[in-house]
Design a protein around this ligand. Structure first.
Ligand SMILES: [Zn+2]
Length: 227
């Protein structure tokens, strides 16, 4: 699976997706494409050159380009003009625009059917755990919350092992699951698995791997569909 930047809220550009490729930086801002902007965003609170995101062999990085109103990662403002390392699933905000560093594309079909749909069952458990977690973040005691966090992390460990056994060799994805996806909301990889939920049920019913033409989350181009 691949990682990229998805516009999720706060602008008419919602749904725009830019894949993150090695050694190519993505510049976000209100400038024009010919001025070196890769992701143009409609919002008056965004600077002409607001921030840039790139990846290299050490990870994924973001730098605020001395923007007027700042750049926020998971709710906290980052220092200006200083590279900040990002993790998959992190959420960014610039002006009123919310973006997310997401896994995208459908999972491999054989991951979904592997070992009686084990991965789907785990994804549902993590989804449930995440909902409980968010509830307890607001209404419960710290110790209960931390127990939930530990449980969720354990489930990610199991998902990591299962995915590896199912034949996944994507080091970046496996590492993300092993570290337990530090994002407080839903993990975007878990979302991708759950997007496929009814597809997997359908496959199980008809007992075939025939391609079902469905575009999960409206994000996937035909080139991303399993071959
Ligand atoms: Zn995640």
């Amino acid at each position: 699976m691949r990682l990229g930047l998805l516009v999720i809220a706060g602008t008419q550009d919602v749904g725009t997706f830019v894949p993150l490729e090695e050694h190519r930086s993505i510049r976000l801002g209100r400038g024009q494409l010919e001025q070196g902007i890769d992701l143009y965003l409609h919002c008056s609170a965004i600077s002409r050159y607001h921030c840039e995101i790139w990846r290299d062999e050490t990870g994924i990085w973001l730098r605020d380009l001395w923007s007027r109103n700042g750049t926020y990662v998971n709710g906290s403002q980052v220092p200006r003009n200083e590279p900040i390392q990002l993790q998959p699933c992190d959420q960014l905000r610039i002006g009123s625009v919310h973006l997310r560093l997401c896994w995208y594309g459908p999972p491999e079909p054989h991951w979904l059917t592997w070992n009686g749909q084990t991965l789907l069952a785990l994804a549902r458990d993590i989804h449930e755990q995440t909902r409980e977690l968010l509830y307890e973040l607001h209404y419960s005691q710290k110790v209960v919350y931390e127990t939930r966090v530990a449980q969720r992390r354990r489930l990610f460990g199991i998902l990591h092992d299962a995915l590896q056994d199912a034949g996944c060799d994507d080091a970046e994805l496996l590492h993300h699951l092993q570290t337990g996806c530090s994002f407080r909301g839903e993990c975007s990889f878990v979302e991708r698995l759950l997007d496929q939920d009814d597809l997997a049920d359908l496959l199980a019913r008809i007992g075939s791997r025939r391609t079902v033409s469905r575009v999960p989350g409206g994000l996937i181009t035909s080139a991303d569909r399993p071959r």
